[in-house]
Ligand binder design. Structure first.
Ligand code: PLP
Length: 385
């Protein structure tokens, strides 16, 4: 198997980073469930010394996702949060990170409740409004940390334009690409410096593993990430690496179905009389619909909707039968959740209100089931409101 340099996206997903296993010819990279490697003599080994530093299954996944994101090197971590934290470890006390104001609640918690204690400073802007970015950059700003689409309101930032602004000030751009997946957008190709994923979501796609990955292009980042992955040791285990490696092979076809199902459900919800507002980048009513069309090739599997009251949200969340009430997203099965008390519970109530994560907001991670079954499920649950 030889992958041409000009191989296309689906081919890269299936083949990049993997060779048939050298010892058996197994086409699938085995789960190298080992903590250490026997050395032939002092200082003589096959390039593998200890499991925290090197693992062939993890390294295959890292090469695979680096290629999928059109980056140079990948580093897999025990969770998306561990991956984001690894990026922060490059900074020093007094450094500043400018963040999209509508990030995942766990990211906000890490920044505010853990890393602020170590002297890092964070401030938040609505990065979908480019005019707000430049005035918020300070002489100590090191990263512009963007999520696009954001969790859970699905706001879109112009990644190329935001990267240009940041780079004019020597600021590096980090994009959390979890919500879009590299099938829909490749931030590095748009000018970002680092991409991070919770592999728990679309990259794995089967709700059976928690993990994270950072993809970098610049030597300064690659050297540090390689060092800190080993030094801190929050590595992804071989079984999880294998699961994600299996997941990325079907990423394109899963994303096609996520896109189609979500668009159909978003249109159904937008036309439903009890639904107050639907947030979905694929709807012409979305404030950054034109940008989403330009920047992404598909609008993704996440929808948020406002129902007008917490009671109504509860009725929907508890009334669905096929959809499961659960945190997380990006799996083949449809999940429905309540951001204010679930994914964003760690964000203080006044801040949630300010950024639009209201108590009546419901988020749906649309899976790849038959869309008619999903539509019927929503229709029966909404009919009780
Ligand atoms: N980034 C985004 C956008 C997320 O939605 C999540 C989790 O939901 C994370 C990061 C954190 O990932 P993990 O749960 O794998 O630590």
């Amino acid at each position: 198997m030889k992958l041409n340099d000009d191989a296309r996206f689906s081919t890269i997903c299936i083949h990049a980073g993997q060779e048939p296993d050298p010892s058996t010819g197994a086409i699938i990279t085995p789960i190298y469930q080992t903590s250490t490697y026997v050395q032939e003599g002092l200082g003589q080994h096959k390039g593998y010394e200890y499991g925290r530093t090197h693992n062939p299954t993890r390294m295959a996944l890292e090469r695979n996702v680096a290629a999928i994101e059109a980056g140079v090197a990948g580093f897999a971590f025990a969770s998306g949060m561990a991956a984001i934290d690894a990026i922060l470890t490059r900074l020093e006390a007094g450094d500043h990170v400018l963040v999209s104001d509508n990030t995942y609640g766990g990211t906000f918690r890490l920044f505010e409740r853990v890393r602020r204690k170590f002297g890092l400073c964070f401030s938040y802007v609505d990065s979908s409004n480019l005019d707000l970015i430049e005035p918020a950059i300070t002489p100590r700003t090191k990263y512009l940390f963007l999520e696009s689409p954001t969790n859970p309101l699905l706001r879109i930032t112009d990644l190329a334009a935001a990267s240009d602004i940041a780079h004019r000030h020597g600021v590096r751009v980090v994009v959390d690409n979890t919500f879009a997946s590299p099938y829909l957008q490749q931030p590095l190709a748009l000018g970002a410096d680092i991409v991070v994923h919770s592999t728990t979501k679309f990259l794995n796609g089967h709700s059976d593993s928690v993990g994270g990955i950072v993809v970098a292009v610049k030597d300064e980042h690659i050297e540090w990430l390689k060092f800190v992955q080993n030094a801190e040791g929050a590595i992804l285990g071989p079984m999880d690496a294998w699961l994600v490696l299996r997941g990325t092979k079907t990423l394109p076809i899963r994303m096609e179905r996520h896109n189609a199902n979500a668009l159909a459900l978003a249109e159904f919800l937008a036309a439903h009389p009890v639904v107050r507002r639907v947030h979905y980048p694929g709807l012409p009513s979305h404030p950054q619909h034109a940008l989403a069309r330009k920047q992404m090739c598909g609008f993704g599997g996440l929808i948020s909707l406002e129902l007008g009251s917490l009671d109504k949200a509860r009725t929907l969340l508890e009334g669905v039968r096929l959809m499961s009430l659960a945190e997380s997203l990006g799996g083949v099965e449809t999940l429905i959740s309540h951001p204010a008390t679930m994914t964003h519970a760690s964000v203080p109530a006044d801040r949630r209100q300010a950024i639009g994560v209201t108590d009546d907001l419901v988020r749906i991670s649309v899976g790849i089931e038959d869309v008619e079954d999903l539509r019927e499920d929503l229709a029966q649950a909404l009919s009780t409101l």
